[in-house]
Write a protein that binds this ligand. Structure first.
Ligand code: GDP
Length: 331
């Protein structure tokens, strides 16, 4: 029996980030108290010896890996080498360490960009590695695919109850709001909040505005991950991961799909910005559509609770309250 229970000692790697902080809130709201976290200056996840020492000392029984080098389309295309190197290193240390030190349940997070650029929509888990990836985030995607394969290989070879979850585009508190390196939702949110405050007449939106993205609030994503860790049995995971169809991960979506133009309009309405949205087609659009098929998660009894309107409203409020004391990460 490897379900997550209140007896477990839980390690959240990346607890200060968008997803890690949401996992923390979710676990605390469900009464979990035995949670271990480490700030970057206490544990360097790139350092294999330090990570092994950590596992040896703390002996967590359940691990959530939300630590990764992440960023938007600009960061992914400009820091290609760091994106593949750091992600490979972080996940190798955390996943192999969890295997060596007998963690019994591990949740590894990737993202929808691991799927091929031309994947049929909505994207099913079995289309992984069926055709080429989008060039802008290929280094990140290749690292994540390697991590997913490591997790499923430990499951197949050593019967470890480790699984990978692929969330769609996430947003919420503790996101990266850097104007250049962030993802589209926090970038537009910040730009529009500031444009309203400075009474600007226009803002720029990268690309054509035509790509579509599915957005899920970080607290919904965390709820789905904790739901799977608590409620879905090892044998149910084995049925999809260790026997045909040999999936490598479970999609976490079910959020709202909108075009980038519609997203910009929604945020503009929320912050009462009535100026012009100018599109800059010299910036890349990236993948045109990446809607996830999350029907397995629905079958497993989970669906999101927070609408895009509500999530945008909550994120704007959080951003306005926290922008001065909260350090915005570069990527
Ligand atoms: P992606 O989902 O991996 O492509 O990453 P992003 O969230 O960075 O970008 C999604 C889409 O939003 C792309 O088509 C971008 O060109 C577009 N976009 C529009 N304005 C912005 C912006 O200010 N920042 C970012 N990151 N993307 C933007």
């Amino acid at each position: 029996m490897t379900y997550l229970t209140h007896k477990d000692k839980i390690f959240i790697a990346g607890h200060k980030g968008l997803v890690g902080s949401a996992i923390m809130r979710n676990l605390e709201s469900k009464g979990y108290t035995n949670i271990v976290t480490k700030a970057r200056n206490e544990l360097d996840l790139l350092d294999q010896h330090a990570v092994k020492d950590f596992y040896r000392r703390e002996k967590p029984s359940v691990v959530f890996i939300a630590a990764a080098k992440v960023g938007g389309i600009y960061a992914n295309s400009h820091f290609r080498a760091e994106f593949i190197y750091e992600n490979l290193q972080i996940q190798n240390n955390l996943i192999w360490g969890a295997y060596e030190f007998d963690v019994h349940r591990l949740v590894f997070l990737g993202s929808s960009c691991i799927y091929p650029k031309e994947a049929p929509q909505p994207i099913r888990e079995n289309c992984l590695l069926t055709s080429p990836l989008e060039y802008t985030n290929r280094p990140y995607a290749v690292a994540k695919i390697a991590g997913i394969e490591l997790v499923s290989s430990l499951r197949a070879q050593f019967k470890r109850d480790f699984f990978a979850a692929m969330p769609t585009n996430l947003y919420g508190p503790h996101d990266n709001f850097h104007p250049k390196t962030s993802h589209v939702l926090p970038a537009l949110l910040r730009r529009l909040v500031e444009a309203k405050e400075n009474d600007e007449k226009r803002i720029t939106v990268w690309g054509t505005g035509r790509p579509q993205r599915e957005f899920l609030y970080s607290d919904d994503c965390a709820d789905a991950l904790v739901h799977m860790a608590e409620k879905i049995s090892e044998s149910d995971f084995d049925k999809i991961l260790n026997t045909p169809p040999y999936w490598c991960s479970v999609n976490v979506g079910g959020g709202d799909e909108v075009s980038i133009r519609e997203l910009a309009e929604m945020i503009a309405k929320e912050v009462e910005f009535s100026g012009k949205l100018e599109f800059d087609p010299s910036q890349p659009d990236g993948t045109m559509r990446k809607l996830m098929d999350s029907s397995l998660l629905v079958k497993w009894g989970w669906k999101p609770k927070i609408t895009l309107e509500q999530g945008i409203r909550d994120t704007i409020n959080w951003y306005k309250k926290n922008r001065n004391r909260y350090q915005v990460a570069a990527c």
